[in-house]
Design a protein around this ligand. Structure first.
Ligand code: CP
Length: 311
């Protein structure tokens, strides 16, 4: 399979067949991972640099693991101890890494559009690992794979995405991914946490969680991203949990076999109750993390195949 561009910057614009092809390849990597085998010849001689300007546990670690399982040389650049602290610009940092003949550049940045800007300046294939409130494409792919494996399909499912939609790149990428795969997407949250452009996003919008959860097959909770708020958008964590936090009672309104998802990191007692997050009969949060490694292996594989060797 091929992707339409040599970078992966967003899900928006990706065709259903490209997404399905990536999920199929990721599924084969999932089986390889579970068998304990690796495929270290695939990216042998290739260099992957993780360039994270924002904190990460899951994404950075799984890209590192994915790259190593495919045989790449993986460098985790510590931005906090880099020359960025001496005033080096994003583009100069990228030009420096480019001069080292990096093949794959995984970028997380607080500004929406930063990975796309870098993609215009470097020879490496750029993978967006989350940019501002814009997109987090590999998260949506791993979420889609998790849903497909848990439910056997995505088409026709009702997926409720709940909480701080306004600040969530995960919500945007999932919305594009799930609608491309013909799921019905509902966005649930207070008006203050809905993006201004919500009307044209192609999802049903609910401000009442009980209404939005009714009959949902998948309940995807989002973290309250206080670090991106200018203040006053949420009165208090306690009040937020009362109206929009997922507990067993609210989950009872969804389909009886509804699964619970969360991209992490979770704020327990704010957007999700531990009793739900840790319920092995309903929660697929640990599976999401496992799918993350497989999906990132698939993305690295495809982009490396499309990328001429630089070194
Ligand atoms: N879901 C996600 O992006 O988690 P991290 O911030 O830990 O990478």
């Amino acid at each position: 399979m091929m992707l339409p561009a040599r970078h992966l910057l967003a899900i928006e614009g990706l065709h259903q067949t490209a997404i399905a092809g990536l999920l199929d390849l990721a599924e084969s990597y999932l089986l390889l991972n579970r068998s304990g085998k690796t495929q270290r010849d695939l990216l042998k001689g290739r260099t992957l640099i993780n360039l994270f300007f924002e904190d990460s546990t899951r994404t950075r670690t799984s890209f590192e693991l994915a790259g190593k399982r495919l045989g790449a040389d993986v460098i985790n650049m510590s931005v906090s101890t880099s020359s960025v602290n001496k005033g080096e610009t994003l583009l100069d940092t990228a030009a420096t890494l480019n001069a080292m003949n990096c093949d794959l550049l995984v970028v997380r940045h607080g500004q929406s559009g930063a990975p796309a800007l870098l993609a215009q300046k470097v020879d490496a294939a750029v993978i967006n690992a989350g940019d501002g409130t814009h997109e987090h494409p590999t998260q949506a792919l791993l979420d889609a794979l998790t849903i497909r494996r848990a439910k056997g399909r995505i088409e026709g499912l009702t997926v409720a995405i709940c909480g701080d939609v306004a600040h969530s790149r995960v919500a945007r990428s999932n919305l594009h991914c799930l609608t491309a795969l013909n799921a019905r997407v509902r966005l649930i949250g207070p008006p203050t946490l809905m993006p201004a452009e919500v009307a044209r996003l192609g999802a049903e919008v609910f401000h009442d969680m009980a209404e939005g959860l009714k009959g949902a097959d998948v309940v995807m909770m989002l973290r309250l991203q206080r670090e991106r708020m200018s203040g006053g958008q949420v009165p208090s964590a306690r009040e937020f949990f009362r109206f929009y936090g997922l507990d067993a009672q609210k989950l009872g309104l969804a389909a009886p076999d509804a699964i619970v998802m969360h991209p992490g990191p979770m704020n327990r007692g704010v957007e999700i109750d531990s009793a739900v997050a840790d319920d092995p009969a309903r929660s697929v949060i640990a599976e999401q993390v496992e799918m993350g490694v497989a999906v990132r292996m698939a993305v690295l594989d495809i982009l490396a195949r499309q990328q001429p060797r630089l070194a």
